[in-house]
Ligand binder design. Sequence first.
Ligand SMILES: NC(=O)c1ccc[n+]([C@@H]2O[C@H](COP(=O)([O-])OP(=O)(O)OC[C@H]3O[C@@H](n4cnc5c(N)ncnc54)[C@H](O)[C@@H]3O)[C@@H](O)[C@H]2O)c1
Ligand SMILES: O=C(O)[C@H](O)COP(=O)(O)O
Length: 597
Amino acid sequence: MAATFSWNLIFNKKPPLFFPWSPLSVSSPAVNAFSPRLPRTRKSLVIVAAMMEAKPTILVAEKLDEAGLQLLKNFANVDCSYNLSLEELCTKISLCDALIVRSGTKVTREVFESSGGRLKVVGRAGVGIDNVDLSAATEHGCLVVNAPTANTIAAAEHGVALLTSMARNIAQADASLKAGKWQRNKYVGVSFVGKTLAIMGFGKVGSEVARRAKGLGMRVIAHDPYAPTDRALAIGVELVSFDAAISIADFISLHMPLTPATLKMFNDVAFSNMKKGVRIVNVARGGVIDEEALVRALDSGIVAQAALDVFTEEPPQKGSKLVNHENVTVTPHLGASTAEAQEGVAIEVAEAVVGALKGELAATAVNAPMVPAEVLSELAPFVGLAEKLGRLVVQLVASGSAVKTVKVIYASARGPEDLDTRLLRAMIIKGLIEPISSVFVNLVNADFIAKQRGLRITEERILLYGSPENPLQFLQVQIANVESKFASAMSDSGEIKVEGKVKDGKPYLTKVGSFGVDVSLEGGLILCRQIDQPAIIGMVGTILAEENVNVNFMSVGRIAPGKQAVMTIGVDEDPSREVLKRIGNIPSIEEFVFLKL
Ligand SMILES: NC(=O)c1ccc[n+]([C@@H]2O[C@H](COP(=O)([O-])OP(=O)(O)OC[C@H]3O[C@@H](n4cnc5c(N)ncnc54)[C@H](O)[C@@H]3O)[C@@H](O)[C@H]2O)c1
Ligand SMILES: O=C(O)[C@H](O)COP(=O)(O)O
């Protein structure tokens, strides 16, 4: 009987991703191909030109401190182009691997679409990422990193500066005196001692403002649905509801991010529930306040004063009623603008962008799981296994069968909390999708792409006895509700099933369907089902040897002596169609498939 024969030629056109994307290499074929007979000066010129070509390009679209620029320049070609229009940014971006911005540049979907897939990282030199379209970044597999810590103190200090200058009318009195007036009665202020300050958003900046306000003798309360009570208690702050916070407070300081949930959170209704004469500071984002409602509240006296560093539109329209209101103190988004903070954010973002371009996982990733370095190095061999099992299992699906449900089983002696599987899941998705499509899958976009393609990934853990030293004993991938082009890959329960483990740091295939196998996952793989009998291994080996195809590994798993067996043969070179046909013509081979890893 002639065997059913399947040939799967998978072009390995995309980089074998281990990290979110392939690290950029500075070696260039142009350097290797360089002729040693060229004169020395010419030779170095050629090398320099080739290195320049291989270096990534980073577009810095807003002013960045020199310390950060230097780090970028040590690694990449850096293009500092400020005040670009959207159109100019879109034109430039197709030539850039990374983009660095502050809050003044809108990184919209159009920017990602214009990049043609080249843009790998957007670095935000600051905290707020509301100016970056994160969904579009994720869909385009582009990592977004920020600099979340370096400007915390600067922002908190600016918040306190606004609070104090507002309470004592510093800006207004300064302008009055400079205009030649001496208005001591007009600028009588209010004291802080014994007053209540409500911190809205008790994160990094909010808690630093709280600490400082306590030093001013204030009672501090906070509202933050996600803040841990013990952190608040540790600095003597009581966490309360939104309504309680705004109705009790004499002063309110805003420190939450701008999100769909916080947009215009301070509106007519909120102002109407505040204590009459409340004073408000905003160093978070302009958009959290309904600015027209704030003008109404100021006019009616509900809000006695406001001090604003941020605005819905920046810069605000000339003649803005809010900016020009006599009870409003304004600064042009200066919260992060201290020499120390700017040096800090520049270094923080430059390190994150360079690390990401090198293929490292960024600790400040905003749109990808943050996997700590120690977890990453521990999981490194399993990442290769996960991708290869994904690649293998999808090639076993018969053409015409749509893959909809994939189950991943992690067998480990570790409890779920000690095994971070996000990276492994992403790599399985990469292995499943890349061989059958032209999309580029990485840690950033894996879940999104799977969802977009209607691919449901379920995960299950098997808790094994044994040493928790080894993060994973074996990994199994199953595809349900499909036909297989290699019937033996179907398990008794009707799914295509492959299983593998890591041995000596290398990925091995250990099970196909119900057959135990043992083959290193590298190069190509021939799977044959035959009736167990002498000489078959020799016959297949001879055919491959005649065609100079090197066998790197082979194993046979059988149900019982003389019954069906599955032979797995690892090959270094791709066998020709002719060779595969000859193997298929061996009478006792019932079916076989060639898979490319
Ligand atoms: N003016 C400036 O120059 C400047 C400088 C730094 C930070 N910022 C802005 O300040 C804000 C806070 O920065 P951070 O570093 O403290 O961030 P953070 O992430 O440490 O803190 C934000 C806090 O807001 C909380 N939050 C989220 N939704 C909330 C809601 N609906 N109600 C109440 N709290 C909510 C979060 O739980 C978190 O604790 C951000 O918007 C940031 O962009 C502005
Ligand atoms: O979110 C931030 O980090 C601040 O708003 C600072 O923004 P900037 O970098 O534009 O000063």
